[in-house]
Design a binder for this molecule. Structure first.
Ligand code: ADP
Ligand code: MG
Length: 222
């Protein structure tokens, strides 16, 4: 089981034609097991890039990542859903699967879908999706799809939970229910990092980190 994680001196540059974008310009952060941290910053400040490094989709140009409970050389792209789960900004639901089967996907990949049926049904009910279980993503609203993506990430009670603007498409009530579940995951011991513009989400966090121009400062934006 993973718990907290630490990033040290993280640098990520993207080349765009002749221009180099310093998406991350030396980021240090630690999120402890059991802690919910909100990552706040304007569009383009590097939030999604940081999550992409932390989940192993992108590789840092410099810096180190460490996940507690795992060997220091364990790379994030080798972590499975029980160790690290992500709610991508673009959700990443599988179009060919029902919402229920999308939520069950992490268990299906491990051969434990039967054992997780009850948990999947409970998550769908918590998020007001029980009547939509058999619908395909294209037959659900964006907000409903987003709630399914959060349920999928929570299914296996991950040690690390990364969520990219998970309340972006929600009304206040639905956002509160999502945040209740995210807070509960942290209280159960997950290390949770949520990129968010939602001030109510910051209020539920144990700590707020502000991101601007690829750098992080402790505390809410000024
Ligand atoms: P945020 O999630 O805070 O809106 P991003 O991490 O998506 O910010 O982007 C940070 C910066 O890196 C932006 O300037 C963005 O345009 C740039 N960027 C992100 N991904 C790429 C990419 N694949 N290629 C080039 N530039 C990118
Ligand atoms: Mg983003």
């Amino acid at each position: 089981m993973t718990g907290g994680f630490t990033g040290t001196g993280l640098v990520k540059r993207y080349r765009r034609d002749a221009e180099t974008v310093h998406a991350l310009a030396g980021v240090d952060l630690t999120v402890a097991a059991g802690e919910l941290v909100a990552l706040v910053g304007p569009s383009g400040s590097g939030k999604s890039t940081l999550l992409a490094l932390l989940c192993g989709w992108e590789t840092a140009d410099a810096g180190r990542l460490a996940y507690s409970g795992l060997p220091a050389d364990r790379r994030p792209d080798t972590l499975g859903w029980p160790e690290l789960a992500l709610v991508p900004q673009a959700l990443g639901l599988v179009a060919e699967l029902s919402l229920l089967d999308n939520v069950l996907l992490p268990a299906r990949l491990r051969g434990t879908a039967a054992a997780e049926q009850g948990r999947a049904a409970a998550l769908l009910a918590d998020f007001g999706l029980d009547h939509l279980a058999d619908r395909y993503p294209s037959q659900a609203s964006l907000g409903e799809q987003q709630r399914a993506a959060v349920a999928r990430a929570l299914l296996l009670r991950p040690g690390v939970l990364l969520a990219d603007e998970p309340t972006a498409h929600q009304d206040r009530d639905s956002a509160d229910r999502l945040l209740d579940a995210v807070v509960a995951a942290a209280r159960d011991g997950a290390a949770v990092l949520v990129a968010t513009h939602d001030e109510i989400a910051w209020a539920r966090a144990d700590r707020v980190l502000s991101m601007r121009d690829g750098r992080i400062t402790e505390g809410p934006p000024r």
